[in-house]
Write a protein that binds this ligand. Sequence first.
Ligand code: 5GP
Ligand code: ZN
Length: 114
Amino acid sequence: MTDCIFCKIVAGDIPASLCYEDDHIIAFADIEPQAPVHKLIIPKQHIARLIDLTEQECAIVGRLQWVAAKLAKDMGFADSGFRTVMNCNDEGGQTVYHIHCHLLAGRQMQWPPG
Ligand code: 5GP
Ligand code: ZN
């Protein structure tokens, strides 16, 4: 997708502070962090919204969560805890239409979320 910010980050056309990469996934620091640690974990493949994910593609979201948990563990948050979030569409708070998992850590999270 030529007009997608996250596809441009995958392509290296927009700089980002990468903290993980494999054949299918990259992770990088959120430009507007909402916690001391705020990473975005995204598939290299462009999928606009969670509701666009097909059954055949569902392992991608499992991999997003697995990478998020791995990063949290590697950064020392396994015991203290962390949060992963995926927003979908306007009322869900989605602003970038390329699916991504937020990893938030380093402060007490509140419930319900805003
Ligand atoms: P959403 O609101 O769609 O769930 O999350 C999108 C996230 O992407 C936001 O937290 C926002 O700060 C982040 N973001 C938007 N544009 C950029 C960018 O160009 N670089 C990085 N690193 N993060 C971005
Ligand atoms: Zn994209």
